[in-house]
Design a protein around this ligand. Structure first.
Ligand code: ADP
Ligand code: MG
Length: 447
């Protein structure tokens, strides 16, 4: 098996691609009759007018053991060769064993688990596949990919996510889909109401697996696991996997094929890291200065919704085209905020952590952390929203000295010292020299 990496241009920039998409979505007899759904609006995500390159292997999808209809489907989408995680995970998954797949952000993990699932579960024999995602947005993306690959070969999927009406989801469940793409809360809601049973699930995927097994999600995941057969194939994927969570993961996996191609230094290639150390009062002016300094698309992460609202208002007031996404916004508003960034309606998106993982928007040039993320994993995932494929991007972190421990932890993990920079018109932080009776105390520099 040739493992040489080469760059292949994903054919996503041409009108021809749009043509392909239309023909792949409109099967015979389905002409234009479909009402617009949430997913229809998010469709441009995979096929879009922005050229992007991604590192792929020199293998062919056919070599991986996928059947012809599926190979044709991925070709139609514009994938020429599999990425590394796809080349390694797809054959392992097709053999039916458990898989733990670790690969950097933007490396094509969605197709790595969707394609083998689609290969096995296309017979309309009821709900046999379940893909769990931590956020609605990731679920929508995954569902969209499945729709594209399934368009020509009898694969039906349903999406169960919160924030939208139950009715259409119940109708979709009545059609007896092959695969469910779900966020855990809404899935359990449907189960409790008797809308769906999970006792015939044969294949389970936990996307962003380390997050799905952390304390916030674990109770729900445990409830779901109690409802599905223990005799099943389980696949877990992520760009990060802290060792304690991996130990837990291994209790749920049966002699898994472990694929770890996370590069040294952990964040995706092509990312330039920057650190802006300022006094607490200067954090906001620093954000405004960074927003004013460039014209490229920017995703700004803040911890709290209230700060996201503040930043949004201030940026709009200063004349920037901005939007925000956080859990107090309706699902329709969340989708619009992401689509608007993709389509260039606004240049800046303000977000809380709900947008930190999985979202694929190739045009994001600059990620700004307003405050240091709480964990290394969070830093890596947020950073992964830029430099998708082998595009390049910048990750800036605005921080105060109070966050020095977190900064050290991140520097250690990514094996890089974050270069210190200063923003136009904003005084960088300098440790004040203290004196005792007029004589300066010699102190180690804190940072
Ligand atoms: P991850 O889940 O690893 O962060 P995604 O599955 O979201 O990455 O894929 C990132 C992007 O790469 C998507 O836009 C996807 O359409 C594209 N992509 C995935 N596999 C290939 C491939 N083999 N060739 C070209 N583009 C690909
Ligand atoms: Mg993903």
């Amino acid at each position: 098996m040739g493992s040489a990496l080469k760059r292949s241009l994903a054919k996503r920039q041409s009108g021809e691609q749009d043509g392909n998409l239309k023909s792949s979505r409109r099967g015979p007899g389905r002409k234009d009759a479909q009402p617009a759904t949430e997913a229809d609006r998010i469709l441009p995500m995979l096929i879009r007018s922005i050229p992007q390159t991604i590192l792929t292997t020199d293998q062919d999808f056919a070599e991986l053991g996928l059947s012809r209809p599926l190979v044709e489907a991925v070709t139609r989408i514009g994938f020429e060769h599999p990425t590394r995680i796809q080349a390694e995970a797809i054959p392992a998954a097709l053999e039916g064993g458990d898989v733990l797949g670790l690969a950097e952000t933007g490396s094509g993990k969605t197709a790595a688990f969707c394609l083998p699932m689609a290969e096995h579960l296309q017979h309309g024999r009821g709900v046999r596949g379940l893909i769990l995602s931590p956020t609605r947005e990731i679920a929508l993306q995954t569902r969209e990919f499945l729709r594209l690959v399934g368009a020509h070969h009898n694969l039906s999927t349903a999406i169960l996510i919160g924030g939208v009406k139950m009715g259409p989801q119940i109708d979709a469940l009545k059609q007896s889909p092959d695969i469910l793409v779900a966020t855990p809360g809404r899935l359990l809601d449907h189960v409790r109401r008797g809308n769906v049973r999970l006792d015939h699930i044969e294949k389970l995927v936990l996307d962003e697996a380390d997050h799905m097994l952390d304390l916030g999600f674990l109770p729900q995941i445990t409830d779901v696991l109690d409802l599905i057969p223990t005799e099943r194939q389980t696949m877990m994927f992520s760009a990060t996997m802290p060792p304690p969570i991996e130990r837990l993961a291994n209790r749920l996996l049966k002699s898994p094929t472990r694929i770890d191609i996370i590069p040294h230094g952990r964040t995706a290639r092509g990312i330039e890291h920057r650190l802006y150390l300022v006094e607490p009062d200067n954090m906001r002016p620093c954000l405004m200065a960074l927003a004013a300094a460039e014209s490229g698309s920017m995703l700004v992460f803040l911890r709290r919704k209230i700060d996201a609202e503040w930043a949004y208002r201030q940026l709009v007031q200063e004349g920037h085209a901005a939007e925000r996404i956080h859990s107090d916004r309706s699902q329709a508003q969340r989708v619009r905020a992401l689509d608007g960034l993709r389509e260039g309606e606004h240049r800046i998106l303000i977000a809380t952590n709900i947008a930190a993982r999985g979202i694929d928007i190739p045009i994001i040039e600059h990620i700004v952390n307003f405050g240091v993320p709480d964990t290394v994993e969070e830093y890596v995932h947020r950073a992964g929203r830029t430099a998708r494929g082998d595009a390049e991007g910048v990750v800036s972190t605005i921080a105060t000295w109070k966050e020095k421990e977190l900064i050290r932890m991140i520097e250690k993990a990514i094996e890089t010292r974050l270069p210190r920079l200063s923003a136009a018109g904003v005084e960088p932080y300098r440790e004040r020299r203290k004196t005792i009776r007029g004589r300066p105390i010699r102190r180690r520099r804190l940072l």
